[in-house]
Design a protein. Structure first.
Length: 393
């Protein structure tokens, strides 16, 4: 389910969760059949329907509202006590067909109560069910049917409860990590700007004050200070532009991390290197490969319907010199046409602009494969015999 571990938001999620929980109300077939078919009398039947409706309301309240988090333990205790009391009273009053209510009591205990309490509450509920059922059934019949089912379903629900709460905690932890990363990036940006502009702005301020004092008596010296101010400000502008270009530049390490996140979020098994290879082309070449990786992963997520995507780096020795090759291959539907779209066309132009080559087409077995090769700087050429670059996750 897409909203697993999320609080209900909107009518669609409410309906989905309601249907998921309502499926298990099938175990109420016994009590309903008993009320419809048996001769209990008008008053007894009306009380039976009323008791069954109250039981279902208590059960849904517990499972709907308190599986993921308990905000008010008093409501939980009252609702669970009412649920158990109704199960005992209705089973005593109407007979064996109503013993299935204890399954819901065990489910509620597993879904809401802490593990240290659920471990003994679920067997206790099963024991109460057996004690009530002995009025009409034998111990063997009870143990062979409802008793085992009550225990298994109750303890299975504890696992579901822990899974839901762990999923919520994981989402919260991821949100916290993302926020901390954003804060760290802001601090880094602030430090870099301070380092870049602090000295220059201080120097500009000092020279401006000095030029102001020199202007009446020594205009020539004041003009020299103004010229110095212009030179410092121009250099500061160059430094800021270089810094901003560095922030905006796509890097392979950043895109690899983004690729893993995007593929995993889309339910695609990601075979992606943990980091970029040590031997990389220059900044322009790396940027071109980073854009190729982003475009390929975006196509996999949006259009391929793939279950697995593999990203790999290789070094190639060609007639044009050493190259680093990026390949992205999936096992999805593959392309339906040999005509490139605007995304691949623009990407091919970007790769060719740095002297590289872009290939895109069907994979070796099925799916789609995109390959981008970019010239490797001679100074970063890998040692002979090294062909595979990077390490897979």
């Amino acid at each position: 389910m897409d909203g697993f571990g999320h609080p209900v938001a909107g009518r669609r999620q409410l309906l989905t969760k309601g249907l998921w929980i309502g499926i298990w109300l099938v175990f109420l077939a016994g009590p309903v059949e008993d009320l419809v078919g048996a001769e209990h009398g008008g008053v007894a039947t009306a009380l039976g329907w009323l008791g069954l409706a109250a039981f279902v309301c208590c059960y849904l309240t517990l499972v709907f509202r308190y599986t993921s988090r308990v905000l008010d333990w008093r409501v939980v205790h009252v609702s669970f006590g009412t649920l158990l009391t109704l199960a005992v009273v209705l089973s005593f009053a109407f007979g064996t067909a109503w013993l299935g209510l204890f399954v819901y009591v065990a489910v509620s205990a597993g879904a809401v109560l802490p593990m240290r309490y659920a471990m003994w509450v679920i067997p206790a509920v099963t024991g109460v069910m057996i004690a009530v059922g002995l009025r009409t059934d034998s111990i063997g019949d009870l143990l062979g049917s409802l008793a085992v089912l009550t225990l298994l379903v109750g303890f299975a629900m504890t696992g579901v409860r822990e899974l839901v709460r762990t999923t919520i905690q994981l989402r919260q932890a991821r949100a916290t990590v993302a926020q901390l990363a954003a804060n760290e990036e802001r601090l880094r940006l602030a430090r870099d700007l301070h380092d870049l502009l602090g000295h220059s702005l201080s120097l500009i301020t000092l020279k401006s004050e000095l030029a102001g004092r020199m202007l009446p008596a020594h205009p020539d010296k004041a003009a020299q200070q103004v010229a110095d101010i212009e030179q410092v400000s121009r250099q500061a502008l160059v430094d800021v532009r270089e810094a901003v270009s560095g922030y905006r530049r796509r890097t392979l390490d950043g895109e690899l991390a983004g690729a893993r996140t995007a593929l995993t979020a889309a339910g695609v098994e990601a075979d992606v290197p943990l980091q970029a290879p040590a031997a990389l082309p220059g900044e322009e070449g790396e940027t071109a490969l980073a854009w190729a990786l982003r475009e390929a992963v975006t196509n996999v997520v949006r259009h391929s319907g793939a279950r697995r995507c593999t990203v790999a780096f290789m070094s190639r020795h060609t007639l044009d010199g050493p190259m680093v090759e990026l390949s992205v291959e999936d096992d999805g539907r593959g392309g339906s046409s040999t005509v490139r779209g605007n995304g691949l066309t623009g990407l091919a132009e970007r790769v060719e602009a740095v002297g590289g080559v872009l290939d895109a087409g069907p994979g070796a077995r099925r799916g789609f494969r995109l390959t981008a090769r970019v010239p490797l700087d001679r100074g970063t050429e890998p040692a002979p015999g090294a062909s595979a670059l990077g390490s897979s996750a």
